[in-house]
Design a protein around this ligand. Structure first.
Ligand SMILES: NC(=O)c1ccc[n+]([C@@H]2O[C@H](COP(=O)([O-])OP(=O)(O)OC[C@H]3O[C@@H](n4cnc5c(N)ncnc54)[C@H](OP(=O)(O)O)[C@@H]3O)[C@@H](O)[C@H]2O)c1
Length: 328
C-alpha cells in the first residue's frame, strides 16, 4: 500500500461545503502510536460541531474520532499490538475520516472476532458513550423508568437496547412515527413524538405522576426546559449533547425551583482517559454486542467522497441508527 491515502480535511469552519477530499501521507507511527489501515470510520454529531466551529480545533484539521481496521505498523514503545491485529477506537486525535492513520495505542482496543469492522466503526464512540451514560454517570437499575431523547439516533438505539437488557423502561423521544417505531423495535418501552406531543404531560401519564430519576439529553437547547420538568425532585439531568444547539445562559436558580435537581455535562473522553478505563468500558460493550443484547444498526453507508452529504443528512434529522464511511 502506498503511504498516500484519501482523507477529509477542512481549512475553515462552515457548512458541509468546507469538507475537502485530499490525499495525505501517513508518516511512520510515533513511538506510542499504531498505524491503522481503516476499513470503516464512524460519523458522529460531534464531527458537525467541529466542522461548524461550535467546538474548536486549530485549523486546518481532519474530522472524525471513530474507526476500525488492521494494524499495519507499530511504534517502538507499543507492546499491546502487532501488525495484522484487528482494532478499533472511539476516541482519538481528530482525523478519523481517512483510509489510514496513526492513533495513540492507549486509545485503541483489539476487536473480538465476532464484531465486524463496520459494526465497530458504528459503535465505538456511540456505544462507549452509552456505557458511561447508563453505567457510570447514573447507574440505571432494574425497574426504573428513564427518559432518553433522540431515541432512534446512533447513540439512542444503542441506549434503548442496553437499558432494556438491564430491565429498565426507556421512555424515548423521536420526531416521527417511523423513528418512534424503530426505537420501540429496539427496546424502548414507550416513545413520545416530541414534534407533536407534550413531553411533560406524557411523562407524567406514563409514570403515574412520579416522573423520572434521570433524563439523558443529547438534543440540548430545544429540550433543556422540558427535560428539567420531567425530573423527580433531586433527579439528574444529563445534558450530553447539542444536536439542536448549545444550552446557554442558565440561571442556577432553575435547579432549585424545579426540585433541587442535579445537572451534569459529561464527555466520553474523561471516562476513557486511560488504557485500563478504555478497555473496561469496551469489554462491557463488546460483551453486550457478542451476547446479541445489542444489535448495531447501520442505516447509512457512504464513501468518503460523500462526507458532506452524510453530515448534511445527520444534521437534517434524516438518519436513523449509525452512519459509517466505507473505506478500504
Ligand atoms: N458527551 C458525549 O460524550 C457524547 C458522545 C457521543 C454523542 N454525544 C451527543 O449525542 C447526541 C447524539 O449523537 P449521534 O451522533 O448519535 O446523533 P443522532 O442521535 O444519530 O442524531 C441526532 C438526532 O438528534 C435529534 N434532533 C433533535 N433536534 C435536532 C436538531 N435541531 N437538529 C438535528 N437533530 C436533532 C434528531 O432525532 P429526531 O429527529 O428523532 O429528533 C437527530 O436524528 C449528539 O448531541 C451528540 O453530540 C455526546
Amino acid at each position: 500500500m502506498s503511504n498516500l491515502v484519501k482523507a477529509i480535511r477542512i481549512e475553515k469552519n462552515g457548512g458541509p461545503e468546507v469538507l475537502q477530499l485530499v490525499q495525505i501521507e501517513v508518516p511512520a507511527p510515533g513511538d506510542n502510536e499504531v498505524t491503522i489501515r481503516q476499513h470503516a470510520a464512524g460519523l458522529n454529531f460531534i464531527d458537525i460541531y467541529f466542522r461548524d466551529g461550535l467546538y474548536k480545533n486549530p485549523l486546518p484539521h481532519g474530522l472524525g474520532f471513530e474507526g476500525a481496521g488492521e494494524v499495519t505498523a507499530v511504534g517502538k514503545a507499543v507492546t499491546r499490538f502487532k501488525v495484522g491485529d484487528r482494532v478499533a477506537y472511539g476516541q482519538s486525535p481528530i482525523g478519523g475520516y481517512a483510509q489510514a492513520r496513526n492513533v495513540p495505542a492507549a486509545q485503541v482496543v483489539k476487536l473480538p472476532d465476532g464484531i465486524s469492522f463496520e459494526e465497530a466503526a458504528a459503535m465505538m464512540l456511540k456505544g462507549l458513550t452509552v456505557q458511561y451514560l447508563l453505567r457510570q454517570t447514573y447507574r440505571i437499575k432494574e425497574g426504573e423508568t428513564i427518559l432518553f431523547h433522540a431515541a432512534a439516533g446512533g447513540v439512542g438505539l444503542i441506549a434503548c437496547q442496553w437499558a432494556a437488557a438491564l430491565g429498565v423502561k426507556v421512555i424515548g423521544t423521536a420526531s416521527s412515527p417511523e423513528k418512534a417505531a424503530l426505537a420501540k423495535a429496539h427496546g424502548a418501552w414507550e416513545v413520545i413524538d416530541y414534534s407533536k406531543e407534550n413531553v411533560v404531560e406524557r411523562v407524567l401519564e406514563l409514570t403515574g405522576g412520579k416522573k423520572v430519576p434521570v433524563v439523558y439529553d443529547g438534543v440540548g437547547k430545544d429540550t433543556w426546559m422540558t427535560s428539567l420538568d420531567c425530573l423527580q425532585p433531586r433527579g439528574l439531568m444529563v445534558s450530553y449533547g447539542n444536536a439542536s444547539g448549545a444550552v446557554e445562559g442558565v440561571n442556577l436558580g432553575i435547579l432549585a425551583a424545579k426540585g433541587s435537581l442535579y445537572v451534569t455535562r459529561p464527555t466520553l473522553a474523561v471516562h476513557v482517559n486511560t488504557p485500563e478505563k478504555m478497555q473496561a468500558a469496551a469489554d462491557e460493550l463488546f460483551e453486550m454486542v457478542l451476547a446479541k443484547k445489542i444489535k448495531i444498526r447501520i442505516d447509512q453507508r457512504y464513501p468518503l467522497e460523500q462526507a458532506g452529504e452524510a453530515q448534511a443528512a445527520l444534521a437534517a434529522r434524516k438518519t436513523t441508527g449509525a452512519t459509517i464511511f466505507t473505506l478500504n
